[in-house]
Ligand binder design. Structure first.
Ligand SMILES: C[S@@+](CC[C@H](N)C(=O)[O-])C[C@H]1O[C@@H](n2cnc3c(N)ncnc32)[C@H](O)[C@@H]1O
Length: 275
């Protein structure tokens, strides 16, 4: 994609988008001058940002692969971003070759490229929807072709809960899990700054969106009454250590949490009922 040849659909490329700035940090090509400008200014303030997003992607794939190893065969990636490698479907299909994956994002460029990448894939879909509306997302016909919510599902909310206050994120996670079958998984990550001053300087640069600097307690609140998967709320690098050495500590890092919904598959409890 080039700035001279924008995608169809009347997308405003003069305003940076979270999805495309993230793609820029990941070394992708689906970004425009406005995205690169904002991404570069933020990375000047915090040169660890590209490393942070890479750690986050490695966490997502490690956690999803662990869910697949536990027998989860379908994955709903909410706020999935632009396609990047390794993608969730690549990671989980190493474990379950016909695992089904639905990518959901509000950004039209992310969905356009997701559709292009997945067009020929059985059991894969990319859907444009607002994750803040679980009822609409789960009723979406394209989502339903790939995801059967009566079966255990892994729900991924990676690097997206930090765009909403902790209480809203906790309510949203609770609602998705209420609508999920027993034994479903919740996989969450959030950027986290120990340096509060750096966090506010970055916020001044990232004028297009508001960032909530969630704490470990905030992430724990998003798990509600689910059963945490070890090591519980932790830094993402804990999940990827051993794949080439311990990644260095950075001034910002993803805080992550993985948990499962109690109960037995095939015995949907009241929380699996619609609406
Ligand atoms: C920082 S990126 C994270 C991408 C991917 N989850 C990852 O961790 O690598 C956040 C993504 O969430 C998407 N997003 C933000 N708000 C959303 C919403 N309300 N509904 C759906 N997607 C949303 C953005 O468009 C962007 O692609």
């Amino acid at each position: 994609m080039t700035d001279e040849n924008p995608p169809v659909g009347g997308i405003d490329v003069s305003r940076p988008s979270v999805a495309r700035v993230y793609d820029f940090w990941l070394g992708g090509e689906n970004n425009f001058a406005s995205d690169r400008d904002m991404g570069s200014r933020m990375a000047e303030l915090n040169p660890a940002l590209p490393q942070l997003v890479r750690q986050n992607r490695e966490f997502i794939c490690a956690a999803a692969a662990r869910a697949a190893a536990a027998g989860i065969g379908q994955f709903l990636d909410l706020g999935s971003g632009l396609p990047s490698h390794p993608a969730v479907h690549e990671a989980v299909r190493e474990v379950i070759p016909d695992a089904r994956v639905c990518y959901v994002d509000i950004d039209p460029v992310a969905v356009l490229h997701g559709e292009g990448l997945l067009a020929r894939g059985e059991g894969l879909a990319a859907v444009q929807a607002d994750l803040a509306d679980p009822e609409a997302v789960l009723a979406n016909p394209k989502v339903r072709t790939v995801i059967d919510m009566a079966q255990p599902t892994a729900l991924i909310l990676a690097a997206v809960v930090h765009f909403m206050p902790a209480n809203e994120a906790a309510a949203l996670c609770a609602e998705y899990m209420r609508r999920s079958a027993p034994r479903s998984w919740l996989i969450v990550s959030s950027g986290h700054y120990q340096d509060k001053e750096l966090a506010s300087r970055l916020q001044e640069t990232a004028t297009h969106t508001r960032f909530w600097n969630h704490s470990a307690a905030d992430l724990a609140s998003m798990l509600g009454g689910l059963e945490p998967v070890a090591p519980g709320v932790s830094e993402a690098r804990g999940w990827i250590a051993g794949t080439g050495g311990e990644p260095p500590a950075t001034p910002v890092y993803p805080l992550v949490a993985v948990a499962t919904k109690p109960g037995q598959a095939g015995q949907p409890g009241p929380s699996a009922e619609p609406g």
